[in-house]
Design a protein around this ligand. Structure first.
Ligand code: FES
Ligand SMILES: [Fe+2]
Length: 418
């Protein structure tokens, strides 16, 4: 099912009006207008997406000089590449002559990037090496025509980029996650599998779905059997507290149960959200697998199964759900008004050997299965939201609290930009 959303009499004035109404009606789902308007979508890219820190890849995906991968955001493309000095760059994939893409293949290794149009040649650090016959243009300097760059922050092997060159620092906020995230030794982890799920729905619907677990009990039977997040806090507080009481001793990691919350409006810098907490699995379950039993060797410095899972957010669009034996990263990227790339990356211990220490299908089972369930429900959500007859209802005060925080930030940012 694919829905082409449109709003035939759209304008900046209408957007302003809709934003005012939405801000005044806090506590309810937002107007269908925000999922249907092409003007809103362009604003979102400009004011939110291209000003936010976004997970781009893992260092092990670009281990050698010249290794690169492309990151597609909206209609744009960014080259994540390691240069000859070992530094990782994020280069805008747009030739500085007349704008052709300089790199086509999604991954690879290059000594240089040669524009297919007129042959300008760029180094892996983005600088322009040669521009054929341009010596005829007086005053032309290759030094002025390097590929544009996005900001890069590498934290524990995770590469983040921000297309806003004036972006707020991200490494400072991320350092608040150090104790619990460091436990997994992600720097030396291995990408066991990754997959891009293209969802035919507006990116906000896809993100909103991730930000609440009200739907978990009804949409995710396998997940809900194991994870306490599907219940209200007061119903599972004993299970969670018991896990928190033993986590440091069992895992051997100080600060494993740390809670830190600075996201959206409360983020230390714009688009630099950071969050962590540890929540419990029901008794008898050790990890997020089909039967709740281990599927890979313990990660990093973790010494045992405490019956918990680490929940992390890094930037507005990137998240991790970390079990003692594997980690699952989620990233949401708009690719059009009604198209979203939901990227899921599974990490295992760097020494783990596929087929010997772990079976890829077993590691990926739960979140592949759960993601397909999400895709199903999100596209049904999109169908309803895109109807002129949809009237937004109230958010749940606990289950949908985080979703409300996202919406507050979203509406504020768009309103502030108008
Ligand atoms: S557009 Fe790239 S060399 Fe002309
Ligand atoms: Fe879900």
């Amino acid at each position: 099912m694919k829905f082409i959303a449109t709003d035939v009499d759209d304008s900046a004035g209408k957007m302003r009006e809709k934003l005012e109404v939405a801000q005044a009606a806090r506590g309810r789902a937002i107007d269908p207008y925000f999922y249907r308007s092409h003007l809103v979508y362009e604003r979102e890219l400009q004011e939110l997406v291209f000003r936010s820190w976004i997970y781009a890849g893992h260092v092990s995906e670009v281990p050698r000089a010249g290794d690169y991968l492309l990151l597609e955001i909206g209609e744009d493309s960014v080259i994540i590449v390691r240069d000859g000095d070992g530094q990782v760059h994020a280069l805008m994939n747009i030739c500085r002559h007349r704008g052709a893409r300089v790199c086509e293949d999604a991954t690879g290794n290059r000594k240089t990037f040669v524009c297919p149009y007129h042959g300008w040649v760029y180094q892996t650090d983005g600088s322009l090496k040669a521009a054929r016959d341009m010596e005829l243009l007086e005053g032309f300097s290759t030094g002025d025509h390097g590929l544009k760059k996005a900001r890069v922050a590498v934290y524990m092997g995770l590469i983040f980029i921000n297309c806003n060159t004036d972006a707020a620092d991200f490494l400072g906020p991320l350092s608040n996650l150090e104790e619990p995230l460091g436990a997994y030794d992600l720097e030396n982890a291995k990408v066991a599998h990754k997959h891009t799920y293209r969802v035919d729905a507006n990116w906000k619907l896809v993100l909103e779905n991730y930000l609440e677990c009200y739907h978990c009990a009804t949409s995710h039977r396998a997940y809900a059997r194991m994870h306490t997040l599907k219940d209200l806090d007061y119903k599972v507080k004993d299970v969670v507290q018991a896990m928190l009481d033993r986590t440091e001793e069992v895992t051997g990691v100080k600060g494993m149960g740390k809670e830190y919350h600075a996201t959206y409006r409360d983020a230390e810098g714009f688009g630099a959200c950071c969050y962590t907490s540890r929540y419990g699995l029901f008794d008898g379950y050790l990890t997020g697998s089909e039967d709740g039993q281990p599927v890979a060797p313990l990660m990093g410095h973790i010494q045992g199964y405490d019956g918990g899972a680490g929940d992390f957010q890094m930037g507005p669009l990137s998240f991790m759900l970390n079990y003692p034996d594997h980690c699952v990263l989620y990233r949401f990227i708009p690719r059009g008004l009604t198209a979203t790339d939901m990227e899921v990356v599974w990490f295992v211990n760097g020494d783990a050997r596929e087929g010997i220490d772990y079976d890829r299908d077993k590691v990926t089972w739960l979140w592949h299965h759960t993601t397909l369930e999400d895709e199903y429900i999100i596209t049904r959500n999109s169908a309803g939201v895109n109807s002129r007859f949809f009237e937004p209802g109230p958010y749940h005060p606990e289950y949908e609290e985080t979703l409300q925080q996202f919406v507050d930030w979203y509406l504020d940012t768009l309103a502030g930009a108008l």
